[in-house]
Design a protein around this ligand. Structure first.
Ligand code: ZN
Length: 264
């Protein structure tokens, strides 16, 4: 099963023509946009990773307590974890993303000690494997319920966006020149929505109203709770603040920006 040609971008049509008959495509009702964002984000992460020399791996990442080695290992193991969820959806055999939070943590710490070449392979191979599982997932399995590592029950189609946000944001976390301004507008918008949704789910919403301006001049206003300061900026600046506490380029109606709960 494949997407109708009318839904494909010129690039996808060209690729399809190049691969010819017999190549496999995503199922018709697969989450096409999210899969595209995950694949583009993976390419972006790999590009940033290629720009790092092996000697750069030991430096700290933007995430507290993690070197780039930890972060690179995590991105590889995250793909493996999501692959387990897609396999769960395909086979019906419950396969958790991680056995436990401790196992996830241990795996990252151990993975961080791998030789640089093995770390690069881990990211590349795990991404390819996840992509194969997505491509093999039939229409009837995309809505199979699986559990995220936070214990949230979601349809398997959610794994595409879960991966997209991981690779795009962690590419910035590598700290070698990537920035939220590099992210596609649709990813920025969805990240902002995602942070608000996460606060809401956990009952942690701080009162704040944010106004984000997209590159196309499109302005979006979101309020987390009544009252609170108004914070505005480009969609990249707002997403960078909500997801990672970056404060550059923001305007706030009060003297101090509100303190934010962590995202995830
Ligand atoms: Zn992550």
């Amino acid at each position: 099963m494949s997407a109708p040609e009318s839904q494909l971008t010129p690039e996808q049509l060209e690729l399809r023509a190049r691969l010819g008959a017999g190549a496999r495509y995503d199922a018709e009702h697969a989450p096409h946009q999210e899969l595209l964002l995950a694949r583009q984000g993976t390419a972006y992460f790999l590009r940033r990773l290629q720009e790092l020399r092996d000697a750069d791996f030991d430096a700290p990442s933007a995430l507290e307590g993690w070197t780039r080695r930890h972060l690179i290992a995590h991105v590889g193991y995250n793909a493996r974890g999501l692959t387990r969820l897609v396999e769960w959806a395909r086979t019906g055999v419950e396969t958790p993303m991680y056995a436990s939070a401790e196992q996830r943590e241990r795996e990252i710490v151990l993975g961080s000690t791998l030789p640089c070449r093995a770390l690069r392979h881990l990211v590349e191979h795990s991404a390819v494997h996840l992509n194969v599982e997505w491509r093999d997932l039939a229409d009837e399995h995309w809505d199979h319920r699986v559990l995220t590592s936070q214990g949230r029950e979601v349809p398997a189609r959610e794994t595409a966006w879960m991966r997209a946000k991981e690779v795009w944001v962690h590419a910035v976390d590598l700290g070698n020149g990537g920035s939220f301004a590099d992210l596609p507008p649709v990813v920025l918008d969805r990240l902002i929505d995602d942070v608000f949704a996460a606060w809401h789910r956990r009952g942690e919403a701080v009162p704040v109203t944010v106004t984000s301006a997209g590159r196309d001049g499109d302005r979006r206003v979101r309020s987390s709770a009544r009252g609170g300061p108004e914070v505005s900026g480009t969609a990249a600046a707002i997403a960078g603040w909500l997801a990672r506490g970056e404060t550059r380029g923001l305007h706030c109606s009060t003297k101090e920006l509100p303190q934010l709960p962590h995202w995830f």
